[in-house]
Design a protein around this ligand. Sequence first.
Ligand SMILES: Cc1ncc(COP(=O)(O)O)c(C=O)c1O
Length: 429
Amino acid sequence: MEDILQRVVELNLINDEQPSLDVFDVDYFHGRVDSLKSAFPEPFFYHAMAVKANPLRCIMKLGLEKNLGAECASLQEALHSLAIGFPANQIVYDSPVKTIKELETAINNGFYINLDNEQEVSQVGEYLKTYPGTVPVIGLRINPVVGAGNIAMISTATPQSKFGLPLTKDTCERILSLYQNNPWLTAVHIHVGSQGVPLTKFVDGANVLMDFLTNIEKVCPGQITTVDIGGGLSTESAEPEEFQYIQYRRKLEEKVPVLFSGKYKVVTEMGRSLFLKAGTSFTRVENVKDWIKDQNPIILTHLGTNQFPREAYLPHIWRHRFTLFTAEGVKKEGDEIMVDVGGPMCFQGDYLAKEVSVPRPEIGDIIAIHDTGAYTMSMYCRFNSIRASPVYGVKKNTEGRIQVLCYKERETVEECMRFWGRSSPTPVE
Ligand SMILES: Cc1ncc(COP(=O)(O)O)c(C=O)c1O
């Protein structure tokens, strides 16, 4: 990390015009994708990256170069993936709420679509009656109701979940009849949840799904070609260690062997576990306030709720590791004190974290926020019109020298303010 920051400083990439930035470690990300693929080497496994985790074009291209597909939470993400070059049939269109127009566009483009509910099934059924083209793979999201992990907000397999159709004793027949009545429904989809869901629940979810699939096979033999087991594997920001995909494979193989039979194409949709630890954010310590005795000094930085809304609003759940460096990029050593790390926004809750242990900070120091490659820039917030940081890819060349590539410039004032609409009203009637 120190070598990367020193290169960033040498290139003068932290300055008054851009006092914060993100770096994305290309070699690390490649390693993650390779480990996912080597855990599932069978040719019938297809891995889609969850675009919502990090939709930067250059980062998505890294995934595309490694033959990942793209899992998309909106039609915009799907069209973005198509424009970047992902083949249409490897774009998984999973949006939780879709208009009929969006569904039609997705079908016309040949995306793999996961429907959410019976209304979408009937809308698509109507459209397909006169659709002249080839029908893409279309599935239905099923909630296997295997229960929550320890973060309710991102646990999607409870009876209260807003996602998909809940599979229970009472609903099983209804879901089966959707497959029977719509022979173009050729896929099944689950996504049990994200961070905080234990591995066993992902495996339980796949197990429930495959049991249900045997029922579908009884009434519509051979109709299902594709099984999408979702993403979601936990990766802790509080730990330097990374989750190993091979553990997931072993558990699936033990409990759900049919997934490995080759009978079905199996799709995964990893986000956080692929991207998180490839990213680091750096921000300059702009001020240090230590006026009140017996209270943590407060350091003011350029990153807070703008790029880290989860961390600011739910600090007991989302927390990063931090390291403090000098302005020259040298790791600070010495006795540590507790500080509170404040962001640039105009409300008192805007802290990246409190009670962070670092050597005594000084104005001009640089603080590194580790593990920011997923769900940080993609959650960027417009409040207070703070301009988003630039993002750089970093990788080692053959001589071991760190190469820095610009993936995204710092947002300009004009780009930032465009969000706030027209300068004068235009009549609409
Ligand atoms: C349908 C779906 N697939 C995949 C993902 C990716 O999850 P994660 O980043 O936790 O792997 C999500 C996350 O929200 C999702 O909703």
